[in-house]
Design a protein around this ligand. Structure first.
Ligand SMILES: Cc1cc2nc3c(=O)[nH]c(=O)nc-3n(C[C@H](O)[C@H](O)[C@H](O)COP(=O)(O)OP(=O)(O)OC[C@H]3O[C@@H](n4cnc5c(N)ncnc54)[C@H](O)[C@@H]3O)c2cc1C
Length: 809
């Protein structure tokens, strides 16, 4: 065994093997994989090996597409048979919502170059004669689906990696991990120690335990999962003889099951409602290529549907029942990337669909390690999308919810209940008393909208307009015509102090730093000029700054700032030690002025001022700006003051007709002002030039990514963020939710990033990226919304107050 290596990958399941392979592909060959038993000994060996590209997140779908396309290559190069069966797959829908979901998935696939076809129930029956047509109304057919041999695939990755110089040590258990002061690692195994620059936790069923070796509690939990294999069936033999090929795979939403041919019989797996976590607190190290006791009672409801939907199964004998554990994160997507706050420590775990996703996970992690950037938009898989709040119990609640909803639709306006409420701010009860409908993000509850008194605070879930629509319209009117009050604690907040702060931030940010007492907007870029963050920067002293950013990216951005930290600079995450309320609308100044001695007249407190003042008895930092684009203030206080602040403003606002507004209204208001948002318009796959962040881009100083910006400005961006006015279907109006394809002259040319109905302007609006040469004001496009191409006109300016007079008033 080597005593040192550049990378030690811990775990020889399909994911660890894929990471090892991709590292060697990118030229890192001094790499080893350590496996406590044999390759595949965790959840890999007993997987059903199914693979597909369909995923609700297009970026994850793209990585699945890459994975599925990789198998022939590794099979050829390694000489290891991967057992590839590309039979195609049907996702079967039994009702209108599911059909809508399939149409939306098909549409998203278009701009990724995925060619999927919507077919009728009769066509599905012709492709898959075992199904009973009466239970379905249609299906999505994807030719890029099938199944592989899990062991063959893992060995093929390993074989290719070995050919390139990687070493694999089986029957070698990593028992401890110790970090040296220089950030390198001593990997302690029962066969000796390896000194490594980097470690990768691909421990699968034991990823949590490997994390605990360095004091990490990764949000990952294993669930029991069952599938059964039937004896050979005459119906299967007939189909094979008649067509010369195997049956396609089937995913059946209604039965919460998947079905495919296995040999001469069928394999049927279920995601049952009565799901059961496995080893919820600690995975025993003694577990080794074992199966769990089958429990057919538990999956009986799914089996009952299966026998109805596929009657031939009812009379087929059961040859084998497999019950095995595999892991999930709280949202079902993998945990990939550098662990925040720990140098040279990477994870690739919680991969619940190793044969659909393993290749993409390995590729992106290897790129991240070798090139410093994952190369794709992998926000949905970034380990930093969870904070420390994702505890063992939270993970348990969410994973069970997720497992039991595997084949359920999560609507764009749906908020799932498990693990909530977790974090609340002091005004939670006040807002609840006003009938708030809540959403949760990064563990924190925030008000989405305020239901009318006497009605239940609940939103109907839908792809179209919900019961919130008329109420949110009223909230928007309150803001635009009188004054609205909302909570704004759901920002990430950071404080940067220390003698070197200004110099440090200036090097990171594309905009000039604001003067003391001022606030401005800025972007942060990677060396290739991609947007890694978008922040409001408020300066309260020469070397004293508050930064405000997207809350969901708090751990992600903290990791980035931490990695760039300079001597003499202190970077603190304020989290909920600073909370906020926001007043917006033409009456905002009058309300706030009535409770403070500080003059808020524009000449004394102009737009983009940020100062420490007293509001009533409460010490506050008050910024004159809001995301509504109206006259307004964000008022930041210590949590112990927030209730008093709420009561004070609510009282003071009564003569001015104050009303509450929530996040849905905020999204509507920001759309009519054409304000972009992090994770939608601004993501690490876009650049500030493409995103038209010109006001945040000052070329009078050097910053990370500057050379790339100069080069792009010189040649012109290939694509540009457009702002569209959409004509919805008058019969059944629906607005965009994000990721819809944008058509032009009969071809898909771009995609929607986000949008909303702008109630006050009465327009359905969207943002989306299109080729720059097409981004001509007034140009006509079409946006595909739930299977319908709707006209979309490219706008040149915000539909409301393009000169920005309201916020400067
Ligand atoms: C019944 C069932 C059916 C499934 N069907 C499918 C399917 O059809 N399609 C699909 O895509 N996925 C399927 N899966 C899921 C799939 O099995 C997983 O996504 C995949 O196996 C995850 O691989 P992994 O490498 O992350 O983890 P594992 O396979 O668990 O690998 C982790 C490895 O790390 C090793 N290890 C851990 N700790 C240490 C240590 N300290 N020292 C050394 N070695 C260590 C373990 O021994 C193990 O071999 C199924 C799972 C089950 C249970």
């Amino acid at each position: 065994m080597k005593s040192s290596a550049q990378v030690v990958v811990i775990g020889g399941g399909v994911v660890g093997a894929s990471v090892l392979y991709h590292l060697t592909e990118l030229g890192w060959t001094d790499v080893v994989l350590v496996e406590r038993k044999e390759l595949t000994a965790g959840s890999t060996w007993h997987a059903a090996g199914g693979m597909h590209t369909l995923n609700g997140d297009p970026n994850v779908a793209k990585l699945q597409q890459y994975t599925v396309g990789l198998y022939r290559e590794i099979e050829r190069r390694s000489g290891q048979n991967c057992g590839i069966h590309m039979n195609g797959g049907l996702t079967l829908a039994s009702d209108r919502e599911r059909m809508d979901w399939l149409r939306m998935a098909q549409a998203r696939g278009r701009y990724l170059g995925m060619d999927m076809e919507i077919i009728s129930a009769a066509e599905a029956k012709a492709m898959f004669p075992l199904l009973e047509e009466q239970y379905f109304i249609g299906a999505l057919f994807d030719a890029a689906e099938g199944h592989v041999d899990p062991t063959g695939v893992t060995r093929a990755y390993a074989g290719c990696a070995r050919q390139a110089g990687a070493e694999i040590y089986q029957h070698t258990w990593v028992s401890d991990l110790r970090q040296r002061p220089d950030g390198t690692w001593d990997v302690v195994t029962d066969a000796g120690e390896i000194h490594a620059e980097h470690i990768v936790n691909a421990g699968g069923l034991w990823a949590r335990e490997v994390g605990r070796m360095i004091g990490l509690e990764l949000p990952v939990l294993a669930m029991e999962h069952m599938y059964l294999i039937t004896e050979d069936m005459a119906e299967v033999a007939e189909y094979n003889a008649a067509t010369g090929h195997e049956l396609p795979m089937g995913m059946d939403f209604d039965g919460e099951l998947y079905i495919r041919q296995e040999g001469g019989g069928m394999l049927l797996g279920t995601y049952e409602q009565a799901c059961v976590p496995w080893s919820p607190r600690a995975t025993p190290w003694t577990f080794d290529q074992q199966l769990l006791a089958p429990d057919l009672e538990r999956i009986a409801p799914s089996l009952e549907i299966a026998f109805k939907h596929y009657p031939a199964l009812a009379s087929a004998g059961i040859k084998n029942v497999i019950n095995g554990p595999f892991t999930f994160s709280p949202d079902g997507n993998p945990l990939v990337g550098p662990v925040p706050g720990v140098r040279n420590c990477w994870v690739a775990c919680a991969v619940m669909a190793g044969f659909s996703q393993g290749g993409g996970v390995g590729l992106t992690l290897a790129r991240w390690m070798v090139e410093g950037d994952p190369g794709e938009d992998i926000w949905a898989m970034d380990v930093a999308r969870f904070g420390n709040w994702a505890s063992l119990a939270y993970t348990n609640a969410k994973v069970r919810e997720n497992y039991s909803r595997r084949f359920r639709i999560t609507f764009p306006n749906e908020e799932l209940p498990a693990g909530r409420p977790l974090h609340t701010t002091p005004v939670y009860d006040r807002l609840a008393a006003h009938n708030a409908v809540w959403g949760a993000s990064f563990g924190l509850e925030h008000p989405l909208w305020f239901q009318r008194p006497g009605s239940e605070p609940r939103e109907d879930v839908t792809f179209r307009r919900s019961n919130a629509f008329p109420v949110v319209a009223e909230e928007c009117t309150t803001v635009r015509e009188r004054v609205g009050l909302t909570e704004c604690s759901n920002f990430a907040k950071y404080r940067v102090t220390g003698a070197g702060s200004a110099g440090w931030l200036q090097r990171l940010f594309t905009n000039r730093l604001p003067r003391v007492g001022r606030i401005n907007l800025t972007a942060a870029l990677d060396p290739d000029g991609h947007i890694v963050g978008e922040f409001s920067v408020a300066r309260v002293g020469t070397d004293d700054f508050f930064l405000f950013g997207s809350q969901i990216a708090e751990a992600h951005h903290s990791r980035w700032f931490g990695a760039h930290l300079a001597d003499g600079v202190r970077f603190d995450v304020l989290a909920l030690s600073l909370v906020g309320l926001s007043l917006a609308g033409p009456g905002a100044r009058d309300v706030l002025q009535s409770v403070t001695d500080a003059s808020l007249a524009t000449e004394d407190y102009p737009f983009m001022t940020f100062r420490r003042i007293d509001v009533g008895m409460i010490p506050a930092y008050v910024g004159r700006m809001t995301y509504t684009g109206d006259l307004g203030y964000e008022i930041w206080v210590a949590p112990e003051c927030q209730r008093a602040l709420f009561d004070l403003l609510w009282q003071a606002g009564q003569p001015y007709g104050i009303g509450l507004f929530g996040f849905r209204a905020l999204m509507s208001l920001r759309m009519e002002k054409a304000f972009g948002t992090w994770a939608r318009e601004y993501r690490p796959i876009y650049t500030p030039v493409q995103a038209r962040m010109h006001r945040s881009l000052k070329l009078d100083h050097d910053f990370i990514g500057r050379a790339a910006v100069d080069a792009e400005l010189a040649r012109g961006p290939a694509r540009t963020l457009g702002y569209f006015d959409i004509t919805p279907d008058p019969a059944e109006p629906a607005d965009v939710v994000g990721d819809e394809p944008i058509w032009h002259a009969g071809a898909v040319v771009g995609w929607v990033t986000s949008g909303a109905y702008a109630h006050y302007s009465r327009r359905s609006l969207a943002f989306g990226y299109v080729p720059t040469e097409l981004a001509v004001p007034g140009a006509m496009f079409e946006v595909e919304i739930i299977g319908q191409r709707r006209p979309a006109r490219l706008l040149s300016e915000p539909v409301l107050d393009p000169a920005g007079q309201r916020m400067r008033a």
